[in-house]
Design a protein around this ligand. Structure first.
Ligand code: AMP
Length: 280
C-alpha cells in the first residue's frame, strides 16, 4: 500500500495507473475509520478500480473550532485497516499540501443546498466540503468516487459540484452501515458513553417507524409521531427531522409530491450530533 503526503506524487501515480489502462476509484474521508468507511473502500476495490483513499480532517468544513479540536484522529489504526482491506494508495496530507499558497480557490455556488437542513445548522459547512472535494478531485483525478448515504445532503452537494465543475467522475452512493442496535456508524460515536451508545439506536427505530407510518398516516402526523418517539428518550434533543425531496431537498407536504422522498434527522444526544436518514 502506497502512502502519500504530497499532492504532486498522488497526481503522478494516478496518471501512471491510467497510462497502464486502469480506472481510478477514490474514497475521501476524515479518518477515525470504522466499517462504514471500509465498506466504501471495499466497494471501489471490488469494482476493479485502482483505489485512492484520503484521510484529511478538513478545517474548512468545521464551523465550530471545538468540534475540530475534538475530532478523533487514529492514523496508525486507520492505515492498518486500509492495508488489511487491500487498499492501493492512501493520501494523508497536511492542510498546506492540499491548499498550497498559490492555489486559486474558485467560488462555488451551491444555491439552496447550502442553506437548508444541515447547512442551516452549520453555516459554511457545505462550501467547505465542496472546496476540499473539488481540490481532492483535481489532485486524484478519479473516474469513480464513493460516498456514504449516511451524509445524505453531502451526496447532493457533491453531485452538484460534479455538474458545476464538469468533473468526469461517476459518483457512487453506498448504503449506511449500522451498529447492531441500528445506530448509524460515525467517528463521532466514540464520544458517546458506553450506555448512551447502546441506547442510541432509538433514532433509527423512529425512522423505521416513520417509513411505515407514511404509508397510512398524513405526513405531518407521521413526522410528529417520530419526533415524540425520539423525545421520549431522556436527553435527546431534535435539531431537525424533515421529510424532503431527495434531489432538491425541498420540504414535502405530501409524500406523493416526490419520486424520491427521504427523511433526514439530527438528534443531539450526550452532546453528540447523531445524523441519520432513510429513503421513504
Ligand atoms: P467522514 O470521514 O465522516 O467524512 O466520512 C467519509 C465518508 O464515509 C463519507 O462519504 C461518509 O458518508 C461515509 N460514511 C461515514 N459513515 C458511514 C456509514 N455509517 N455508512 C456508510 N458510509 C459512511
Amino acid at each position: 500500500m502506497k502512502i502519500f503526503r504530497s499532492a504532486e506524487f498522488v497526481t503522478q501515480d494516478s496518471d501512471l495507473q491510467k497510462d497502464k489502462g486502469k480506472t481510478i476509484g477514490f474514497v475521501p474521508t476524515m479518518g477515525a475509520l470504522h466499517s462504514g468507511h471500509i465498506a466504501l473502500a471495499e466497494k471501489s476495490i471490488s469494482d476493479g478500480h485502482y483505489t485512492f483513499f484520503s484521510i484529511f480532517v478538513n478545517p474548512k468544513q468545521f464551523n465550530d473550532p471545538k468540534d475540530l479540536e475534538l475530532y478523533p484522529r487514529t492514523i496508525e489504526k486507520d492505515l492498518d485497516m486500509l492495508y488489511k482491506c487491500g487498499m492501493d494508495a492512501v493520501y494523508c496530507p497536511s492542510p498546506e499540501d492540499v491548499f498550497q499558497s498559490d492555489y486559486v480557490d474558485a467560488q462555488i455556488q451551491l444555491g439552496n443546498l447550502e442553506h437548508v437542513l444541515e447547512g442551516a445548522m452549520r453555516p459554511g459547512h457545505f462550501i467547505g466540503v465542496a472546496r476540499v472535494v473539488k481540490r481532492l478531485f483535481e489532485i486524484v483525478r478519479p473516474d469513480h468516487a464513493y460516498f456514504g448515504q449516511k451524509d445524505y445532503q453531502q451526496t447532493a452537494v457533491i453531485q452538484k459540484l460534479i455538474e458545476l465543475c464538469k468533473f468526469n467522475v461517476n459518483m457512487h452512493i453506498c448504503p449506511i452501515i449500522r451498529e447492531p442496535n441500528g445506530l448509524a456508524m460515525s467517528s463521532r460515536n466514540e464520544r458517546l458513553s458506553p450506555a448512551g451508545r447502546k441506547k442510541a439506536g432509538f433514532v433509527y427505530q423512529a425512522l423505521l417507524q416513520l417509513k411505515e407510518d407514511v404509508k397510512t398516516l398524513p405526513l405531518t402526523v407521521a413526522i410528529q409521531t417520530a419526533k415524540n418517539e425520539i423525545m421520549r428518550h431522556e436527553g435527546a434533543v431534535i435539531e431537525y427531522l424533515e421529510v424532503v425531496d431527495g434531489i432538491h431537498l425541498s420540504p414535502l407536504k405530501y409524500i406523493e409530491e416526490s419520486r424520491k422522498p427521504v427523511a433526514l434527522v439530527v438528534v443531539r444526544y450526550e452532546e453528540v450530533r447523531l445524523l441519520d436518514n432513510i429513503l421513504l
